[in-house]
Design a protein around this ligand. Sequence first.
Ligand code: FAD
Ligand code: SF4
Ligand code: SF4
Length: 465
Amino acid sequence: MANMNPKKNEMPAQEPHVRNQNFKEVALGYTAEMAIDEAKRCLQCKHKPCVSGCPVHVKIPEFIQLIANGDFEGAYQKISETNGLPAVCGRVCPQESQCELKCVRGIKHEPVGIGRLERFAADYHNSLPEAKIERPVTNGHKVAIVGSGPAGLTCASDLAKMGYEVTVFEALHLAGGVLVYGIPEFRLPKSIVQREIDKLEALGVKMQLNVVVGRSISIDDLIGDGFEAVFVGSGAGLPKFMNIPGENLNGVFSANEFLTRVNLMKSYQNDSATPIVHSKRVAVVGGGNVAMDAARCAKRLGAEKVYIVYRRSEEELPARIEEVHHAKEEDIIFRTLTNPVEILADENRFVAGMKVQKMGLGEPDASGRRRPIPIPGSEFFLPVDTVIMSIGTSPNPLIKMTTEGLKTENWGGIIINEDSGQTSRPEVFAGGDAVTGAATVILAMGAGKTAAEGIHKFISEKAAK
Ligand code: FAD
Ligand code: SF4
Ligand code: SF4
């Protein structure tokens, strides 16, 4: 019989004032009993509205039924039919605006905890000894992947399973893209990402790290070297700044640099070769997931006060509700309807504070959100010694600048055929944030899948001629 509890089973988590002092995972995962109980909240709807909310169409009622029956490995296998990274998606997908938004249990009460159940099934599978991965028989065709984020990894995995000889070229010294350099350990343990990369290598995918395509080697060089197609999944890692006075002072970071130092270079560990500022008072400018991650990292590094400075109201915060909730529990201070005007310097050109002003809200703008309007004479001083800018990112222009005939939007996104991922250069495909601008893990994975199909069709048709 269905469990008609109006609320999701709560996720066990570290206590807020313990976890804001460490980098260990915040959410601890369901026990088997909690998972079975939550799975029984699913009504097994015949028309499956939840599936239409998932960009990769995970077979949601089917995997939840398997959990309810106690067949956890079966549930994992069911999810894996369409989703190659369930342990990642169960943790970081914005479920509240995707699968769970469409869940009928959510009409009157809380939706089924689909993400939490997906994470449970994936963690159960990962706790078992890994089955030996059979390397597919090669079909003799070579494909290059630029970037090892979720788009590149998904494209590489799908192509390798079809028999392609795949090489991933990654600019950084570790594979995983934002999953390793951006999203902090306390939301997504890096061992989970490494496990997926190990599986790819077991499938025969080669990883060439520390290679910046467009600098170390060009896309045309790769094609000249016998790669029949190239997938560009280079993300959107170029930070935006506000262009206000003082942004070049010591103590001003882009969120990407700050998070890379913390997550990729592990600067919070005493033996790390990469330093990080241990600030007392930090202002993070912006209101998205990236801003929440930066603020929560700054707190864990020992800052006494960490402010989120956001120009709209709390209602418009683009970050996931769960992340805002976690940040507040961890004593992050929200200064909404507030916008920086100038960053002030001390005699050594270090940050000495920030002049900010209060904002009101006008009519909705092109983004559909109400336009922030400065309130004259409302300026005040915010005493901070570090400022982290987290107001968005765009694709790095390097690949466009070095690839003849590759068409992009004015803001830098690579233009593709959405059905195949093919760009204006027939042998070049693209997907993920490099095409859409900063988006989500699951959308990047979906784009990697579409491009793998597109590349397979392109190479098969060429070979048949
Ligand atoms: P990326 O993950 O950016 O990977 C691109 C890779 O390409 C990088 O490894 C980069 O080093 C490499 N690269 C770039 N240029 C070159 C080059 N010229 N040569 C070789 N390699 C190159 N999404 C969610 O769904 N949920 C979340 O909770 C969430 N939180 C986030 C938190 C942070 C801090 C950030 C920054 C993003 C977050 N996102 C979240 C967004 C999500 O991570 C991205 O949408 C997703 O990672 C995009 O995947 P991608 O493969 O397109 O690019
Ligand atoms: Fe929901 Fe993401 Fe899983 Fe799809 S992949 S079912 S959107 S958690
Ligand atoms: Fe279960 Fe909700 Fe999907 Fe219905 S909509 S099948 S209740 S998860």
